[in-house]
Structure formats: structure tokens, C-alpha cells
Design a binder for this molecule. Structure first.
Ligand code: FMN
Length: 220
């Protein structure tokens, strides 16, 4: 069983990656082979609307653009489970992860009255979100409503509703005094992390295990 984590954060060792590594540790503990793929070092763009993937005389399910994302899309298609990690940028996933979804999801989506997906399999997945917002603010800013459309597309095309985990009130800077950041209290941020981040990591580990359970179910 192969479980892939996609890192949609530009920062290689910060909140999102730490949680993704715990997800993968959970999947490994359940017997998975795992891989973390970071998107920001890759050179690629989103869908260019060429509709090659929808032509009747071509094989559906192939994105014809050739760039650094091409082998990643192939890896995702052969994965048994996927974890999508993203910081929240302007109340949504990062543009870099969105561009991957345009390519990976749209090429496997079909304008057919019969079937929505040509993927030919079910891939369980989970979204891990990290953000400055507190949980209360996430409701005030309607975060779940902003994320619902991409989660619904993942559900439709990968065949199963994704799991979701929200890590709130993350620490953004090691030293807040170096940055204009007067809307935050560094001590409150660090105290929150001290009290909650371990639990976020535990939850991430469990999500990795849950995804492996689902992957085994769909591979029977
Ligand atoms: C361009 C940009 C936009 C952001 N927008 C939001 C936002 O709308 N809401 C929020 O809660 N945090 C926002 N943040 C903060 C990040 O989501 C947060 O620091 C996250 O945990 C960073 O993940 P990382 O440590 O893995 O990079 C933003 C950060 C950046 C750089």
C-alpha cells in the first residue's frame, strides 16, 4: 500500500510538513510505504483548458501538459491513499495546490451523464489545513464554506469523501519581534502551540492510520 502526502506549503519544515510527516508515520505504523512530495520546488502551471483529456479520440484521464507535475499526477493515480496538506491562504488552499487539483482532478473528471470520474478506482484522502485563525474565527470567516467546493470535487472524482483536519492558531514566525505582527501576541501564540500542537500531531498520526484502514477496504 502506497500513501502519498502532498505538501502545499512553501515552507519545508513548518506547521504543514510537521503534520504531514505525522500522518505518514501513522500510515507507516499501519504498514504503508510512504512518500512526501513538496510542490513548491516544482515548476508547473494549472490547467490550460486544452480539453485533450476530454477528447473522444484520446484516452481519458491523461493530462497532456508535460512539466514537473506530470510524474506526480501519475504517482497520485497509482496511490492507495493521499494526504493533501495546505496552509490556509486567504481562506482557501494555496494556489500551488489548487493548480495541482486543476490538472489531476480535471483530467480524471469527465462530462458524462453516466460517470463523473475516469480514475477507475477509489482513493481515500484527507485534507490537513494549518492556519493563523482560531477555531472561533474559522467559523466567523466561513472557512468550511470556502473549502467545501474543492473537497466536494475530491469526493466526486476520487470516489470517497475526504477526511478533514484543521490545525488552528499556528505559530508563523520563530521570532515575532522581527516582523510587523502587532495583531498577534507572540506569547499567546506560543502558549497555544504548547497546549495544542501535540494533540494536532496525535490527530494527524491517527488520520494516517484511518486512511490505511480505508485503503485496505477499497483494495479488497
Ligand atoms: C499569503 C498568505 C496568506 C495567508 N492567509 C491566511 C488566512 O486567510 N487565514 C489564516 O488563518 N491564515 C493565513 N495565513 C497564515 C498561514 O495559513 C499559517 O501561518 C500556516 O500555518 C502556515 O503554514 P506553514 O507553517 O506550513 O507554512 C496566510 C499566510 C500567507 C503567507
Amino acid at each position: 500500500m502506497k500513501v502519498i502526502a502532498i505538501n502545499g506549503s512553501p515552507r519545508p519544515n513548518k506547521n504543514t510538513v510537521q503534520l504531514l510527516n505525522k500522518d505518514l508515520a501513522g500510515a507507516q505504523a499501519a504498514g504503508a510505504e510512504t512518500e512526501l512530495i513538496s510542490l513548491y520546488p516544482l515548476q508547473y502551471r494549472g490547467c490550460v483548458s486544452c480539453f485533450y483529456c476530454k477528447r473522444k479520440d484520446k484516452e481519458h484521464g491523461t493530462c497532456i501538459i508535460k512539466d514537473d507535475l506530470t510524474p506526480i499526477i501519475e504517482q497520485l493515480k497509482s496511490a492507495d491513499a493521499i494526504i493533501w496538506g495546505s496552509p490556509i491562504y486567504f481562506s482557501n488552499i494555496t494556489a500551488t495546490l489548487q493548480a495541482l487539483f486543476e490538472r489531476f482532478l480535471f483530467s480524471n473528471y469527465i462530462y458524462s451523464a453516466d460517470v463523473p470520474s475516469v480514475l477507475g478506482k477509489t482513493i481515500p484522502s484527507a485534507f490537513i489545513y494549518t492556519m493563523n485563525m482560531t477555531e472561533e474565527q474559522s467559523y466567523q470567516f466561513h472557512l468550511r464554506e470556502s473549502l467545501a467546493p474543492i473537497e466536494a470535487s475530491v469526493h466526486r472524482i476520487l470516489g470517497v469523501e475526504p477526511l478533514k483536519y484543521y490545525a488552528y492558531n499556528t505559530v508563523q514566525f520563530d521570532d515575532y519581534s522581527k516582523f510587523e505582527s502587532s495583531i498577534f501576541s507572540e506569547s499567546d501564540k506560543k502558549a497555544y502551540r504548547e497546549a495544542h500542537f501535540e494533540e494536532d500531531l496525535n490527530q494527524a498520526f491517527q488520520i494516517g492510520q484511518q486512511l490505511m484502514d480505508s485503503a485496505q477496504k477499497y483494495n479488497k
